[in-house]
Design a protein around this ligand. Structure first.
Ligand code: PEP
Length: 287
């Protein structure tokens, strides 16, 4: 990554960036993974619905068998719901799979794609994940594309290269500009060892700068989420960072009270303008 790209981001008027940051959609996404129950859906959705505010999207990713019930419970509320995964085809003889069109029919506006648990346990590679993102976009669903490095890759100093490869694959889909990218370092997922907000910010800025090499305007507008051991007591630190537009929460989203605390900190942070920190951060990277 080089200074020229960041200068391009800053352009002649650095405050243009601040406006882009203010415009970016803020999201708090809860991934239940293979946890939860119908009872939890019936407890959580009404409680979440009472707290959703327009500035920050609240998106729940329950296991697929619960999506119909979640859709029913969320009807008429601002709670959004999402798949945890999707097939790369729109239909066909694919037992056990579901398509983006089916998610759209249920009222999903989003789905996760390329979660590290899919990459690890289901051997999904970047080509497949890009195909899934494309399928989402064909069906009018916004993919939340998860990327991130392993602990070994980080220790070998390969973080940037790993992320760039994953982003290159994503950018084979021209509609990447309408995607959401979730940076989830694998070593932070489910470990109780989150990245520090500063490290997460640095990596998000790197991601944004890399995307800017292809399209600086789109890069300034794309929402970037942080995921990995986000809890009620650390969420605000991430949300306060200028290039972090939201969080992807696993374990803590199963506890409705904790998830609501995380959501509340996003609403508080999301309403601030932070021109000084933002410019200072970019300036540090250019130096
Ligand atoms: C996740 O499921 O994407 C995740 C980040 O999990 P956790 O918050 O439990 O680390």
């Amino acid at each position: 990554m080089n200074a020229a790209i960041l200068r391009q981001l800053l352009k002649a008027d650095p405050y243009a960036q601040v406006d882009d940051a203010a415009e970016r959609q803020k999201l708090v996404v809860g991934n239940w993974k293979m946890h939860g129950s119908l009872a939890l859906c019936r407890e959580a959705i009404p409680a979440l619905a009472r707290s959703v505010s327009p500035e920050v999207q609240l998106v729940l990713c329950p296991p697929a068998p619960f999506l119909g019930e979640v859709a029913r419970l969320a009807q008429g509320t601002a709670v959004q719901y999402s798949g945890q995964d999707v097939a790369e085809q729109q239909s066909g003889a694919r037992t056990g799979e579901w398509s983006a069109g089916m998610l759209a029919e249920l009222g999903c506006r989003y789905t996760l794609v390329g979660h590290s648990e899919r990459r690890q346990h289901h051997y999904e590679d970047d080509a497949l994940i890009a195909a899934k993102a494309r399928a989402c976009q064909d069906a009018g669903i916004t993919p939340i594309v998860c990327i991130g490095e392993s602990e070994a890759e980080r220790e070998r100093g390969e973080t940037a290269q790993v992320l760039y490869n994953q982003l290159d694959w994503l950018m084979t889909t021209p509609l990447w500009r309408q995607a959401i990218v979730a940076y989830e370092p694998r070593w932070a997922i489910g470990t109780n060892h989150p990245a520090t907000p500063e490290l997460a910010q640095q990596t998000h800025a790197l991601i944004r700068a890399y995307l800017a090499q292809t399209d600086a305007v789109a890069a300034a507008k794309i929402p970037l989420l942080y995921g990995g051991s986000v809890k009620a007591d650390n969420a605000a630190g991430f949300m306060a960072m200028p290039d972090i537009d939201g969080v992807l929460v696993g374990g803590a989203s199963l506890d409705t009270a904790s998830f609501l605390e995380i959501y509340a900190s996003a609403v508080l942070c999301g309403s601030e303008h932070r021109p000084v920190q933002q410019l200072a951060q970019l300036a540090r990277m250019v130096a």
